[in-house]
Design a protein around this ligand. Sequence first.
Ligand SMILES: NC(=O)c1ccc[n+]([C@@H]2O[C@H](COP(=O)([O-])OP(=O)(O)OC[C@H]3O[C@@H](n4cnc5c(N)ncnc54)[C@H](O)[C@@H]3O)[C@@H](O)[C@H]2O)c1
Length: 256
Amino acid sequence: MRLKDKVALVTGGGSGIGHATAVLFAAQGAKVVVSDLNEANALETVAEIKAAEGDATALTGDVSINVDAEAMVKGTVETYGGLDAVVNCAGVIADKALPKGASPEAVWDRVMEVNLKGTYLVTWHAVRTMEESGGGSIINIASINGLVGYPIGLGGGFDAYVPSKGGVVQFTKNLAIDYGKKNIRVNCICPGHIDTNLIREFLDNPERREWLEQRYPMGRVGRPEEIAYAALFLASDESSFVTGAPLIVDGGYTAQ
Ligand SMILES: NC(=O)c1ccc[n+]([C@@H]2O[C@H](COP(=O)([O-])OP(=O)(O)OC[C@H]3O[C@@H](n4cnc5c(N)ncnc54)[C@H](O)[C@@H]3O)[C@@H](O)[C@H]2O)c1
């Protein structure tokens, strides 16, 4: 049990990487608050954890809204008496951020709001709690696109996803420097393409999937569990001297 007696908040816990992380954390002994914009999906993750005799609670909210972000953190502390780890996993890509027909500017704003501002808001409230309790671990799910460009999304080079994830990487480093002496570790994970609903349409197209997989030295995209295990390391005391790090989990993509 690598997270015995720890309390974790996982945003975006209703699907994909967040779902896999919440399930793994609970299996490793953590009490987990599964937060998501999609209530039904958050409840499903919680039901799965409880079926495996884990401890979890669902909380619905939008990470880009300050009162929701505050409620996620306060709700976690009220439910489980503390907060040891936060996984900022909620995120969107430009194609899915808003209904079709939205202006490029509105899409830019929404992607930035969820991916970058959402990470900032949840972390803002979490850090205040962790300062009082003597420390904690913040894990931001960035992307390889926070490190290298990828101008093939909606709008090509004008796609907001890449800049939003670059912002998450830099936000991570800034916070790590500022909060190191307070025992709050702040790291991010930079996943390569992972088989989740986020890129389902892309992966369900055999030609596009093959095109993508050929770009990976390992010849495949990743699985949500492969990111969850990286988050587990960063949430556990095994990573006690790791802070400010972008942990790349990408099947070798950025090694090229
Ligand atoms: N799948 C990939 O290829 C990939 C690669 C690199 C990074 N990531 C990042 O990993 C994270 C998780 O992505 P995923 O692939 O699991 O996607 P996903 O779509 O399967 O899950 C994302 C979850 O976030 C929730 N969400 C979206 N906006 C929200 C908001 N405003 N407030 C609260 N919850 C919200 C969604 O409801 C969903 O349950 C994202 O930050 C994504 O950018 C994904």
